[in-house]
Design a protein around this ligand. Sequence first.
Ligand SMILES: Cc1ncc(COP(=O)(O)O)c(C=O)c1O
Length: 480
Amino acid sequence: VTRNWSTFGLDLYVEIDLAAGRRVGLERAMRAAVCDGRLAPGSRLPSTRALAAELGLARGTVSAAYDQLIAEGYLTARRGSGTAVADLPTQPSATAEPTPVDVTPQHDLRPGLPDVAAFPTAAWLRSTRRVLTTAPSGVYGTCDPQGRIELRTALAHYLGRTRGVAATPDRIVITSGFYQAIGLLAGVLCDTRTTVIAMEDPGHDLYRVVVRRAGLTVVPLPVDHRGARIHRLSGAEVGAVVVTPAHQYPTGAVLHPRRRHALRDWAWASGGLVIEDDYDGEYRYDRHSVGALQGLTPDHVAYLGTASKTLGPALRLGWMVLPPRLVGPVAEAKRHADLYTEALGQLILADLIATHGYDRHIRASRLRYRRRRDLLLARLGPGPDQPLPGMAVHGVAAGLHALITLPAGGPSEREVLTACTREGIGVRGLAELWHTRGEHPHGILVGYAAPTEHAYPAALDALASLLTNFDRETKRRPVI
Ligand SMILES: Cc1ncc(COP(=O)(O)O)c(C=O)c1O
């Protein structure tokens, strides 16, 4: 028999097995609750009269169970303050510790993560307070699948001002990050009989999977130092293409102006959709960021942005600026996926943007990340002290990571990654980002944003000395 027991405003679920007798059943249930921590040390228990009434037991039965547990040391009774759970030493749990999903490496050089220790907590708190004190109670009700109008309005201004995006609130759909946005778009494209989508090669591995799972066939679009090789789209039966024009992931190239125009021309001629992943477009260190491609031809580009690189991926806040014809179908897909993105976070971000706290945070982050990239180049870039001569740092001064290719004749990517794991250095290998098999350069992606200010130089030193050791080893190898 199962009964629910409510103690002093705290609900406690107890299962009382009456087969063993009422008193014994209650004793066992309470013993179990104390041992597994559901009843925390110091918790006050209800009076015997109250508990008996709640459980439908005789008061004497409850008293006897309390006395037994007091005698066994599970409970304590103090005159005047009732019965409470005793302060037992914590027992080792019989069940295994849950495996942490995402272990932070000692030296966190994982690409793509911002410095979350620098999250603008004070500004976020001020925005939260403003939202909670001024918002009508309706904000706790339901939300439009397209997203809160406050955030869509703030983003329309912000993206127009900072990224040259042609945006109006009615073209924007708020999503739970880029991850959801690309999945929703892929689903809508499938419904409109698009079958083939081109994605940059190398490119992000996870999003390829998302697009495939939606039912599209992915074809690789090769990349060189001028970004995606757009001319490869012509002639192919491609209905949509995903690109990272401001800062190609992972090579760090910027899409060449001629290729930007070629991409626009492709979209005009074929009616295909360009999906612009502007994942870290806010971060350019040597000049102003190139504006969004979407501004060139808003009716042929779906512009996708995210707060994951500016504030943190845990917020799960992203946005799409869509050609008008796609807004309805994408909002409908969003409704069927999860109704809408959590609304309070949307309002807080809207306030942060509207009061320019978002701009201030990005400006401060930009300065910090720029210094970190400079330090990375000084430690790992070309020069007499380069830890592994011949390795190359690719890409423009932008974003949160750098691609480093390894010199021919030096250690393999696998060897470097194995050594990094051993030394607690979190970097990513390039190999898994290729769509195509065959000979590809070996390389690692080094993120410079994730560690705290304090931890970053040591992380870089750890990586540099690991690479230096490889160099010494290579020199010791006999030349055959
Ligand atoms: C290439 C690229 N696009 C987009 C994103 C943003 O993803 P999300 O908004 O789902 O966190 C990332 C983050 O890792 C990325 O690397």
